[in-house]
Write a protein that binds this ligand. Structure first.
Ligand code: ADP
Ligand code: MG
Length: 224
């Protein structure tokens, strides 16, 4: 479980998150809200990329302030722009990178890389230059590089925003197959209809939180 307790966060003078209290126990949680409402700040708090100014975030009891490294391993994070996440020139190297850091045996790394390539339909791209992939393929690669680490939770911050319709669908279908609990920040409200829960941010506060129908209705009314 991810627990967010009395969290507020500022950037300079700006209070970007205010008094956030919630826990995530569901398998599929959506996060929506206007630009600048605090969604990315919230997402980054969940895996210790950002430590809250006040309050605490814990993941299975591990406090991000004290155990940021352990939390980051436990909570995989997928960014909006895969170019920021792809570090190695060749697809399979990029996927193997995190595993090499863990100093796993070569054979185990190879096995895990093969499995994730096959699972996400990237096997035919394994020797390709990562920067030459299509937008959708790059995002698939970024997601695969996160999932190969076998995190307990996966947080994705607008992973489909830069993609055309076909690639959006590809990534969405991929997200549906993720076995771990998922927190998905998105503007694509239609994609959240089968989620268990949707959290709506406005001005750094949670203004709605519940079943998708109700939360989405609240959001679309507030935006009208
Ligand atoms: N590193 C930062 N430094 C200063 N201000 C920031 C930083 N990151 C985000 N902000 C500001 O915090 C507010 C919330 O940003 P963000 O969480 O990215 O919102 P969202 O993802 O909902 O668009 C915005 O006003 C943004 O400009
Ligand atoms: Mg954002």
């Amino acid at each position: 479980m991810i627990q967010v307790s009395d969290v507020s966060h500022r950037f300079g003078e700006r209070e970007v998150l205010k008094d956030i209290n919630l826990s995530v126990r569901e398998r599929r949680v959506g996060v929506i809200g206007a630009n600048g409402s605090g969604k990315s700040t919230f997402a980054r708090l969940l895996n210790g990329l950002l430590i809250p100014d006040s309050g605490a975030v814990t993941v299975d009891g591990l406090d991000t302030r004290e155990d940021a490294k352990a939390v980051r391993r436990r909570v995989g994070f997928v960014f909006q722009n895969p170019d920021n996440q792809i570090v190695f020139p060749v697809v399979e190297e990029d996927i193997a990178f995190g595993l090499k850091n863990l100093k796993l045996p070569k054979r185990e790394i190879a096995r895990k890389v093969d499995t994730v390539l096959a699972e996400y339909g990237l096997t035919h791209l394994r020797d390709r230059a990562a920067h030459l992939l299509s937008g959708g393929e790059k995002q698939l690669l970024a997601i695969s590089a996160v999932l190969v680490m076998e995190p307990r939770y996966v947080v994705l911050d607008e992973p489909m925003t830069l993609l055309d319709l076909r690639n959006k669908k590809l990534i969405l279908d991929t997200i549906r197959t993720i076995g771990q609990p998922v927190v998905l920040v998105t503007h694509d409200l239609d994609h959240l209809r089968d989620f268990e829960r949707v959290i709506v941010f406005d001005g750094g506060r949670v203004v709605a939180d519940g079943p998708p129908r109700d939360a989405i209705r609240h959001y679309t009314r507030a935006m009208a």
